[in-house]
Ligand binder design. Structure first.
Ligand SMILES: C[S@@+](CC[C@H](N)C(=O)[O-])C[C@H]1O[C@@H](n2cnc3c(N)ncnc32)[C@H](O)[C@@H]1O
Length: 265
């Protein structure tokens, strides 16, 4: 049995890669991914024995959880919700765009140090920024990679995928040190340990938390980011949460349930 490699999950979950039985053609993809992530590959009939499954389906790669935290995660940049956010989310006037320094005629190069499922990074790329995503969970990075591949085949997103959105898998605290191009903005949205009601209601976040835990090293990530960003570091925080590393931001952009702490460097 394989266990989820990093970071230690709350209750060591058994994890395997499989595919949907109706599409045996996907078996090859599953085998390759299992090899890459050094996980067990199981046949569809055997899949119930695992708490966590990376499943190749006709709609792409999905991460499925069973047991108490049932649910599915997958990355779909062409989904209705993403398309709505892309077309009607407020453009360069929305808080995230302002926080990272987007202005008329100005599109910063952004490093998203905590990519997760890539929603924020994708939105920034749709607004015209080049965005380099960093995600340390190999599972989430596999979902991101799969979502990026499918989006590259969507005619409306081709341009963005080809020129503006990239992914690095690893720990941003280390990868930032080796960047060849200094980002204008480093963005971070670490998992917040406190279980607020609003956060609990978001099933995706609950599942991500059960996989990646809480990002206890966010203070260190902020310190590294402040040394390497050319213009600013932006930290997303839940409303009322303390500032990271007890460090006062230059300014704050507040929203209903969360805020952006902006550190000019
Ligand atoms: C709350 S999620 C980010 C959600 C994301 N903003 C989105 O739009 O989907 C936080 C993610 O950051 C990742 N993360 C936290 N610290 C990291 C680090 N030092 N390096 C790389 N990834 C990190 C976690 O693995 C987790 O997937």
């Amino acid at each position: 049995m394989n266990h989820f490699p990093h970071p230690p999950s709350p209750s060591l979950l058994s994890l395997a890669v499989t595919y949907v039985a109706e599409h045996p053609i996907l078996r090859e993809n599953a085998l390759n991914l299992a090899k890459k992530l050094q996980l067990n590959m199981v046949e569809p009939a055997e899949k119930q024995k695992n708490d966590l499954l990376l499943i190749y389906t006709e709609a792409g790669l999905q991460l499925q959880l069973s047991g108490n935290t049932k649910g599915t995660l997958h990355v779909d940049f062409s989904s209705g919700a993403m398309t709505y956010r892309r077309l009607h989310g407020g453009g360069i006037k929305q808080p995230l765009a302002k926080a990272v320094g987007i202005k008329p005629g100005k599109r910063p190069f952004i490093l998203d140090a905590t990519a997760g499922l890539g929603s924020d990074a994708f939105l920034l790329a749709t607004l015209g920024c080049r965005v380099c995503m960093v995600e340390r969970s190999p599972l989430l990075a596999a979902l991101l990679q799969d979502g990026m591949q499918r989006a590259a085949a969507d005619r409306e997103l081709q341009e963005i995928m080809a020129h503006r959105l990239t992914l690095l898998q690893g720990d941003a605290r280390i990868l930032i040190e080796g960047l060849t191009e200094r980002p204008d903005t480093i963005y971070m949205d670490p998992m917040y340990p406190h279980r607020r009601k609003a956060a609990l209601n978001r099933q995706e976040m609950r599942i991500i938390r059960s996989i990646v835990g809480t990002d206890e090293d966010a203070d260190e990530l902020l310190r590294t980011a402040l040394r390497h960003a050319d213009k600013r570091v932006v930290v997303k925080r839940p409303k009322g949460a303390p500032q990271i590393a007890d460090r006062a931001p230059t300014h704050v952009i507040s929203m209903k349930n969360s805020r952006y702490d902006v550190y000019m460097v």
